[in-house]
Design a protein around this ligand. Structure first.
Ligand code: NDP
Length: 251
C-alpha cells in the first residue's frame, strides 16, 4: 500500500527513545526515509534495524550547533531533501526553583531551547526548498512541546519557560513561512510513558510517580500517531497545535 510520505525524507531528533523513537517508526510506516538523531548510537542502530532499509543513523548532540547542522546536512545528502523535521529531543528536570541546581536549568535551556533552535536554523532552508520543489509541494516542521508549554505549575518553572518559549517561537515562525508552504506545528502531549522521568533527582522522581500513580499515561505511540497525522495532511491543511492528554490528567 502506498504510504502518504513515500519519497519524503524526515529527520527526528531524540529518536533513541520514547516519543522520538515511536514517531520515527510511524513516519517510516508512512513511507518516509527517516534520519534518526540522538547521542546513543546503539539505540539508533537497533531502531534502524527495526525500520529496515533506508533509515539513516546520525549520532549527534543537538546542543552543539555544528553537530545539529551536520545532522541536517547528512540527512539532506542521504535523502536528497528534507520534507519533515520533528524537533523532539528534550529533557525535563523538575523541582522547586528555590535551591535548584543551576546545572539542571542550563541543561533544559541548552536542549529544549537551543537544541531546538540549532536544528531548526539548519533545517529551514531545506524545508523551504522542499516546499517549493518537492512533489508534495509542502513541508513540515513539527516541534514537540508539552502541556507544560500551555500552563505553568509550581515545581516546573524552567521546563515551563522552555516549552512556552518554544511555543511562541513556533507561532511567529509559522506566520513567517506558512505562505511558502512550510507548515509549523506544535505537539503538546501530557504525561507519556517514556524515559523522560528517569533523569529526575530521586525525590522528584518519587513526587512525579505519586502524581501520576492514579493516571494511565499516554504511550509514545499515541503521540506518534498525532505526529503522523500532523505531517500527512493535504497541502491545503495545516495543523498548528495538537494537544493531547491522558484522559485522567487535569492540568
Ligand atoms: P525520552 O527521555 O525518552 O527521550 C528524549 C530523547 O532526547 C532521547 O532520544 C535522547 O537521546 C534525546 N536527547 C537527549 N539529549 C540530547 C542531545 N543533547 N542531543 C540529541 N538528542 C538528545 O523522553 P520523551 O520521549 O518523553 O521526550 C521527547 C520530548 O517529549 C521532549 O521534548 C519532552 O519534553 C516532550 N514531552 C514528553 C512528555 C512525557 O511525559 N514523556 C510530555 C510532554 C512532552 P540520547 O540520550 O540518546 O541523546
Amino acid at each position: 500500500m502506498a504510504g502518504r510520505l513515500d519519497g519524503a525524507t524526515a529527520l527526528v531528533t531524540g529518536a533513541s527513545s520514547g516519543i522520538g523513537e515511536a514517531s520515527a517508526l510511524a513516519l517510516a510506516a508512512e513511507g518516509a526515509r527517516v534520519a534518526l538523531v540522538a547521542r546513543r548510537r546503539d539505540r539508533l542502530e537497533a531502531l534502524a534495524e527495526r525500520i529496515g532499509g533506508g533509515a539513516i543513523v546520525i549520532e549527534a548532540d543537538v546542543t552543539v550547533p555544528e553537530q545539529a547542522a551536520d545532522a541536517v546536512a547528512r540527512t539532506v545528502e542521504a535523502g536528497g531533501r528534507l520534507d519533515v523535521l520533528l524537533a523532539n529531543a528534550g529533557v525535563m528536570l523538575l523541582g522547586p526553583a528555590v535551591g535548584a541546581p543551576l546545572e539542571e536549568w542550563d541543561r533544559m535551556v541548552a536542549l529544549n531551547v537551543q537544541g531546538v533552535l540549532h536544528t531548526i536554523h539548519a533545517a529551514l532552508p531545506h524545508l523551504l526548498d522542499a516546499a517549493a520543489t518537492s512533489p508534495r509541494g509542502v513541508s513540515d516542521l513539527a516541534i514537540v512541546s508539552s502541556t507544560a508549554g500551555r500552563a505553568a505549575r509550581s515545581g516546573s518553572a524552567v521546563y515551563n519557560l522552555t516549552k512556552s518559549g518554544v511555543g511562541a517561537f513556533a507561532e511567529a515562525l509559522r506566520q513567517e513561512v506558512t505562505r511558502r508552504h512550510v507548515r509549523v506545528g506544535l505537539i503538546e502531549p501530557g504525561a507519556t510513558a517514556t524515559e523522560l522521568r528517569d533523569h529526575l533527582r530521586p525525590e522528584q522522581r518519587a513526587a512525579q510517580a505519586k502524581r501520576f500513580e492514579t493516571m494511565e499515561p499516554l504511550q509514545p505511540e499515541d503521540v506518534a500517531e498525532g505526529v503522523a497525522y500532523m505531517v500527512t495532511r493535504p497541502r491545503r491543511q495545516a495543523i498548528s497545535e495538537l494537544t493531547m492528554r491522558p484522559t485522567e490528567q487535569e492540568g
